[in-house]
Design a protein around this ligand. Structure first.
Ligand code: SF4
Ligand code: SF4
Length: 332
């Protein structure tokens, strides 16, 4: 037990909420953090995650409650008013629920790049919120690691009682058993996550804790439609799969495309846009990134190299997007 580690207010739980999508490692990070707190930092802790279908790209929320060793943790409810929120993917910041319940004086860590616009919803945060930006996706790609390693490093740099060395040791041990080849790259990503951070100031305009947000169930036993029935046929065209991409997207180089259609045959989401040319041939126009989850099957299949795998820079998808259903969005 490390006697030096103390929580800011020993009468209350210290709550950390990870806001993420499947595949970025939020659940694993939460588990490692809570286990380390209990077994190596002399604290009491509890952790669980909530997620929908177990697939890459669906929303994942991970909750870590910490307390002094002598304080019992009886609750396993979601943490609605956290002291720390860690946002694993900046696209989640389009949804106000991501920062709901942020406590005044708390810490918000988010995965974002310097060239990104500051997300609009940050103005709702209490003015006392410490906002920390780290380009976790870029660091993870450069170090061949994952954003969870980077963001855990950032957590140690911003939450004083979470010890850098103890958490790093624990994180490395976890991987040394299952993926020993990943230990060195994860350590580098973790260390960079603790160093390469931007502290943003004068962003939040609020004066108090943000209100909590609970989604009301749309359907209950009285109004749920009969099982197997789609009450809104065609509703999937309104989906936005942007948050499913994990840092990569396919980019079309039209001059190399022979319009063979191989990419279209392997794309699971039909997001390639085609148009009839004057000679009645059908030509590939581009990708509608709204529906593209970044699986890159199209890139692997293209026989001419007309589709390439690119790191998704801010604004890139918007710039190169070709709309599949322009009529749904008020024109081309
Ligand atoms: S597979 Fe490549 S060459 Fe063929 S249509 Fe798609 S982008 Fe063009
Ligand atoms: S990466 Fe390519 S194959 Fe995968 S969803 Fe996007 S366009 Fe389709």
């Amino acid at each position: 037990m490390n006697e030096k580690i103390t929580l800011p207010n020993s009468n209350k739980f210290f709550g950390i909420r990870f806001e993420s999508i499947g595949g970025l490692g939020a659940h694993a990070a939460g588990k490692i953090l809570a286990t380390t707190a209990v077994l190596r930092m002399g604290l009491n802790g509890a952790h669980f995650s909530s997620y929908g279908s177990e697939k890459k790209g669906s929303v994942v929320r991970s909750f870590i409650r910490l307390a002094p060793a002598e304080k019992l943790i009886r609750s396993s409810a979601p943490i609605e008013s956290p002291d720390v929120i860690v946002v694993f993917h900046s696209a989640l910041l389009k949804n106000p629920a991501t920062i709901a319940g942020m406590k005044a004086g708390g810490v918000l860590i988010y995965n974002g790049s310097e060239s990104d616009e500051i997300p609009e919803i940050f103005s709702q945060l209490p003015s006392t919120t410490k906002i920390i930006r780290v380009d976790a996706q870029r660091i993870a790609v450069e170090e061949r690691s994952r954003p969870n390693a980077v963001l855990l490093g950032t957590l140690t740099a911003t939450v004083p009682f979470i010890d850098f060395s103890i958490l790093l040791e624990s994180f490395s041990e976890e991987f040394s058993q299952r993926h020993p080849e990943a230990v060195a790259s994860n350590e580098k990503a973790f260390r960079r996550g603790a160093k390469e951070i931007d502290r943003l100031s004068n962003i939040g305009k609020g004066t108090d804790d943000l209100p909590i947000m609970r989604a009301d169930p749309v359907w209950g036993y009285e109004n749920a439609p009969i099982g197997g029935v789609l009450p809104l046929p065609g509703n999937t065209v309104h989906n936005d799969l942007t948050v499913s991409r994990m840092g990569w997207l396919p980019l079309l180089h039209k001059e190399k495309c022979i319009h063979c259609g191989m990419c279209d045959m392997v794309c699971p989401d039909f997001c390639l846009v085609w148009k009839k040319a004057d000679n009645n041939e059908v030509h590939l126009q581009g990708v509608d990134y709204r529906y593209c989850k970044g699986c890159l099957r199209c890139v692997e299949t293209c026989p001419t190299g007309a589709l390439t795998r690119e790191i998704e820079a801010p604004g890139m998808a918007e710039k190169h997007r070709v709309k599949l259903f322009p009529e749904l969005e008020g024109g081309a």
